[in-house]
Write a protein that binds this ligand. Structure first.
Ligand SMILES: [Zn+2]
Length: 251
C-alpha cells in the first residue's frame, strides 16, 4: 500500500471513530453512572468472613427489588410511620433477630404495613438480604396456598417429594415473613405444615442455626396456642413479641 492510500485509510478510520463517539454521546452511552458504588452494574464485590470476594446486589437495586415483592400500597412503608416505641423495638431486634418476631394487634392497627417496613429495614442492614432467595414474604392466603399446592399433586411420591422440597425451602430461607398467620380455620394439613416449618426454622430438625421468622396475627401466642394448636404455640416461644396498638401508627 502506498503512502497516499495509507493516509486515506487512516482518515477514514479516524472519521469513523469520531462519528461513533458522537453517536455514543448522543445516546447517553458516556453519561456518568448514576450509582457510583456499582457504576450501574447492579452488583458490588464484598469480602465474606473468610476473605473471599463475591458479587452481591448493590443497594441501588433494593428499590427495584422491593417494587417486585411489595404490594403498591406498602411500597413506601417505613419504620418512621410508627411510634418511637415501635421503631426502637424493631431497630433493636434487627441487630439480633434470633428466632424472629411476632407482631400482634387488633385489625387495622397497621400490622401488614409494619411487616413491609421491617422487610425494607432488614434489607438495608446487609446488601445480601435483598438477593434472590434470601427472603420469602407472604400474605396468609398465598402462604397456605403454597402449602396446599404440594398436597394436590398427582402421584403420592411426587407429592411427598414436593412437600419435602417445600419444607426444606421454607425451613431454610434466611428470612420468612407471613402476614396474618393464624387467619381463619386451618386444616390439619396446614397446621402440621406450619408446625414443621416453625420447628425447622428454630433448628429442631436440621442442625442449622435458627432462622428468623416474622409473623403478624390478630392473636397473641397464647391465643394462637389455644385456638389453633398448642404445638404451634410452643414453636412461637422465644420469638420477640410486639403488640401493636392504634396509637403506634403515625398516619
Ligand atoms: Zn449500585
Amino acid at each position: 500500500m502506498d503512502e497516499e492510500a495509507k493516509q486515506i485509510l487512516k482518515n477514514q478510520v479516524e472519521h469513523s471513530i469520531r462519528e461513533t463517539s458522537k453517536l455514543k454521546t448522543l445516546t447517553g452511552f458516556f453519561r456518568p453512572a448514576t450509582c457510583k458504588k456499582c457504576e450501574d452494574t447492579g452488583y458490588v464485590l464484598i469480602k465474606d468472613k473468610l476473605g473471599t470476594e463475591r458479587a452481591v446486589r448493590c443497594e441501588c437495586m433494593i428499590p427495584k427489588m422491593l417494587a417486585a415483592v411489595i404490594p403498591p400500597e406498602f411500597q413506601r412503608a417505613s419504620l418512621a410511620d410508627f411510634s418511637e416505641r415501635v421503631s426502637n423495638v424493631i431497630r433493636e431486634w434487627l441487630a439480633s433477630p434470633g428466632l424472629g418476631l411476632l407482631i400482634d394487634g387488633d385489625v387495622g392497627v397497621g400490622k401488614t404495613h409494619l411487616m413491609f417496613a421491617i422487610l425494607k429495614a432488614w434489607m438495608a442492614v446487609d446488601p445480601r438480604n435483598s438477593e434472590r432467595g434470601s427472603f420469602f414474604v407472604f400474605t396468609s392466603k398465598d402462604f397456605y396456598q403454597q402449602l396446599r399446592s404440594v398436597q394436590t399433586l398427582g402421584s403420592s411420591s411426587e407429592s411427598v417429594t414436593a412437600e419435602r422440597a417445600l419444607m426444606q425451602d421454607f425451613g431454610a430461607v434466611p428470612m420468612l415473613m407471613v402476614d396474618d398467620i393464624a387467619s381463619g380455620l386451618l386444616s390439619d394439613f396446614e397446621r402440621r405444615e406450619l408446625q414443621e416449618i416453625l420447628g425447622r426454622r428454630r433448628g429442631e430438625i436440621s442442625t442449622g442455626w435458627p432462622k428468623p421468622t416474622v409473623l403478624t396475627s390478630n392473636w397473641n401466642a397464647q391465643q394462637i396456642a389455644e385456638k389453633l394448636d398448642d404445638r404451634i404455640g410452643s414453636r412461637l416461644k422465644g420469638l420477640k413479641n410486639l403488640r401493636l396498638m392504634g396509637k403506634d401508627a403515625r398516619r
